[in-house]
Ligand binder design. Structure first.
Ligand SMILES: Nc1ncnc2c1ncn2[C@@H]1O[C@H](COP(=O)(O)OP(=O)(O)OP(=O)(O)O)[C@@H](O)[C@H]1O
Ligand SMILES: [Mg+2]
Length: 209
């Protein structure tokens, strides 16, 4: 049985779901066997990620039958990270929310992005009625640490109705470069160090919850 099943979802496209999923799954590799499940019906992750590179998580295309994929990964892996599609239409995200222990919702620190994440909060509250163990946190992504707006957003964000992690992901070219090469920031050597620190903080904070 997996120690932790984590979904990364938001109805908003381009907010960093795949970036957070990949790097989280990679960071969890030093703590146990970890798998990255691609729940997007288009399921492209397995084609461009270099799963054979040391330290990369196993990448599983879970776009056909998401429930079955989670159940079968549970017996093989300690940690399962599920990268969800940016909609509720396929039903995949709802099924995932029924099965996981933890949901992370990446949000970009800009007001329009935050407003469009509000619908995700409704979906979470609905799922929590039946999945009583489901914990959910907003995770700020692409944060520019010196920006006054990023700081103000930290307070504004919880008005969505869900708690936000203190840890966040900075806006860093290394996330983009690593993804272009099909690897996580953990395989990116010194150039990935600051991004690795972001992800390690997220993992430590989540484990304390
Ligand atoms: N912290 C960051 N710093 C710099 N670039 C980032 C960061 N997070 C994400 N990006 C870039 O932003 C783009 C969108 O990110 P990503 O693909 O992770 O979003 P997504 O939510 O999975 O999108 P989709 O809804 O299309 O699946 C990508 O080019 C990614 O490399
Ligand atoms: Mg994605």
């Amino acid at each position: 049985m997996a120690k932790l099943r984590i979904a990364v979802a938001n109805l908003k496209g381009g907010c960093g779901k795949s970036t957070l999923s990949l790097n989280l799954a990679s960071g969890l590799m030093s703590r146990g066997k970890s798998a990255l499940l691609d729940a997007d019906p288009q399921g492209t992750l397995e084609h461009w990620l270099k799963a054979s590179v040391e330290g990369m998580p196993s990448v599983v295309n879970a776009s056909e039958d998401i429930k079955k994929s989670i159940k079968s990964a549970e017996s093989d892996f300690d940690y399962i990270v599920i990268d969800c599609p940016p909609s509720l239409e396929s039903g995949h995200t709802k099924q995932v929310l029924d099965l996981v222990d933890l949901l992370l919702i990446p949000v970009l620190p800009s007001p329009p992005d935050l407003w469009s994440s509000v619908h995700m909060v409704d979906a979470v509250k609905e799922a929590q009625k039946t999945n009583k163990k489901l914990k959910s946190y907003l995770v700020r992504n692409q944060v520019e640490s010196r920006s006054a707006l990023s700081k103000a957003m930290r307070q504004a964000i919880e008005f969505c109705g869900l708690p936000a992690l203190k840890s966040s992901l900075g806006r860093r070219a290394s996330y983009r470069w690593a993804a272009l090469e099909g690897i996580s920031v953990y395989q990116f050597g010194k150039r990935g160090d600051t991004a690795v620190n972001d992800i390690e903080s997220v993992i430590k904070e989540v484990f304390k919850k």
